[in-house]
Write a protein of this length. Structure first.
Lengths: 97, 417
């Protein structure tokens, strides 16, 4: 089980949280004018990174607030926690195989 | 041609204390080029190679594998085989697989221990019951055997199930596919490997693919740990690592790789002679020929490439198992493990072309890839050989995420994807 440091409540067990998958996917600004390919990219396509992945979590059974997490998807190590809307932090980590 | 396995070859080798069995497949060094390179020697990849050779006469094939064959999800699943999916597209695909399963041991001359012991899917509430009835009717219209069982009929088939009214998970009914069952997962990989090898296919283990050679939008080969290999066509069949390989080839997938776990108990005498699944509470159980209970748990809900699952998921599943089968409460679990499953937004696989010409992909089977191993290989071999999908896998294109023709199988996929 992950120990997730909620920026508002401190470290809590993973079971208190829900997952929001990939972070930094912006809704298209002009949805009427984009192509089907661009819609597919926005709605369905995911990086699904092996290594450092930027993802969203919500403290569903706590403060109910969303935040972003940088986590290594191989070691499951949480490398950074930062607010929604902030730019991705720079993560220096060993490349994973 | 290899030694044919039979009662006579068994008797002959018994005399020699079984020390002279020939190798089941060769371990060649890769040639500089092949007609077709398949990336990934799991069940699906090996089946693809076998059907390329058998159905399409394409024998200049290499299957390259990072680890050892059948060492990924092929060796990590709960071995359940069924075809009772909801939609017409899925029914055709999984039923093709089930029909191939029915003759597989004879066809491969390898005992895959396919056992049609029946698969039950339980309904625990009114909604489950309606969905289940709908699926049974859809199955029957598609020629897939499927029948409804009342709670009493469930009890007759599975006497150890707790149907007393005070149970936490009341059983209101079940679907039964009598032709469903289990198969020996390792034997499927080994059987396909041996049969493909006998037809000239090269199986190259411990050979990771590190890149693709692409010229003018067309694949011309792969970069591997054993040097570059040229290929006219390349097929990617790597389950949990599909996004990673797609990334190397420069395109994206709608896939999320999640850890899925399973566990087995200590072996006991025969106690359950069918497969009982419950999608709603993430508990399914069957008994292996060795006597172990084989239990499938749910997925962890975050992207993860570590082949292990979280303990709270196991606890949830075992809690449900103990509620449904109170006599299992004193059983000890012996091993647990995880695999990385490549889940799609609509819980259906992707089998077809990619944005790169002559590069094909077969992925997104999520939590239910094992049952479809023969069918998956069969349609993927057709797709690679002809350059176009077979009518059975045409609906499962990558393009469906653009045009919106999704095949939503969340209901029939058993474990929530």
């Amino acid at each position: 089980m992950l120990l997730i440091p909620c920026p508002f409540c401190g470290p809590r067990a993973e079971t208190e949280f829900s997952y929001g998958n990939e972070a930094h996917i912006a809704r298209p600004k002009e949805p009427e004018s984009i192509s089907d390919e661009e819609w597919a990219e926005y709605v369905f396509m995911r990086s699904n990174t092996q290594g450092v992945f930027l993802e969203r979590w919500v403290h569903a059974h706590g403060c109910r607030r969303w935040f972003n997490v940088a986590r290594n998807t191989v070691t499951y190590e949480i490398l950074a926690v930062y607010p929604m809307g902030d730019a991705a932090p720079r993560i220096d980590s060993e490349p994973v195989v | 041609m290899r030694t044919r396995y039979s009662i006579f070859s068994l008797a002959r080798n018994a005399v020699g204390h079984h020390e002279d069995w020939p190798e089941a497949w060769r371990s060649p060094e890769p040639k500089p080029s092949y007609d077709v390179v398949i990336v990934g020697a799991g069940g699906h990849g090996l089946a693809t190679a076998y059907y390329l050779a058998k159905e399409h006469g394409i024998t200049d094939v290499a299957v390259v594998e990072r680890g050892w064959l059948g060492g990924g999800n092929t060796g990590r699943n709960t071995t359940i085989v069924r075809s009772n999916y909801l939609w017409d597209e899925s029914a055709a695909l999984y039923e093709l697989a089930l029909k191939l399963w029915e003759g597989l041991s004879q066809e491969l001359n390898y005992n895959v221990m396919f056992s049609q012991r029946g698969v039950l899917n339980l309904a625990h509430n009114q909604h489950d019951l309606r969905e289940l009835s709908r699926r049974i009717n859809a199955n029957r219209l598609n020629g897939v055997d499927s029948e409804f069982l009342t709670p009493q009929q469930v009890k007759a088939m599975v006497p150890i199930i707790d149907l007393r009214s005070q149970g936490r998970y009341p059983v209101l009914g079940a679907s039964l596919q009598r032709r469903g069952g289990t198969a020996r997962h390792d034997a499927v990989a080994w059987g396909y490997a041996r049969a493909a090898d006998a037809r000239g296919v090269h199986i190259i283990q411990e050979c990771p693919v590190t890149g693709f050679q692409i010229e003018d939008g067309r694949v011309t080969g792969v970069e591997t740990g054993k040097g570059p290999i040229k290929a006219r066509k390349v097929g990617i069949v790597v389950a949990g690592h599909s996004s990673v390989l797609a990334g190397l080839a420069g395109f994206r997938l709608p896939v999320s790789s999640l850890p899925l776990q399973a566990l087995v108990s200590e072996p006991v005498k025969p106690i359950i002679d069918t497969v009982v699944m419950s999608g709603a509470i993430h508990a399914y159980v069957s008994q292996s020929d060795k006597g172990e209970l084989v239990i499938g748990a749910g997925v962890d809900h975050y992207v993860g490439y570590g082949q292990r699952g979280s303990l709270q998921i196991t606890e949830e599943t075992l809690g449900a198992i103990c509620e449904l089968y109170p006599l299992f409460r004193r059983m000890r679990m012996m091993r647990m493990w995880g695999g990385i499953v490549d889940t799609c937004p609509d819980a259906s696989p992707i089998i077809g072309k990619t944005p790169v010409e002559n590069l094909f992909i077969n992925c997104g089977w999520g939590t239910g890839g094992f049952k479809s191993t023969p069918g998956s290989g069969w349609v993927f071999a057709h797709t690679i050989a002809k350059g176009e999908p077979h009518p059975i896998n045409a609906p499962f294109s990558l393009d469906r995420y653009r045009n919106g023709y999704l095949v939503d199988e969340h209901g029939a996929a058993a474990v929530a994807h």
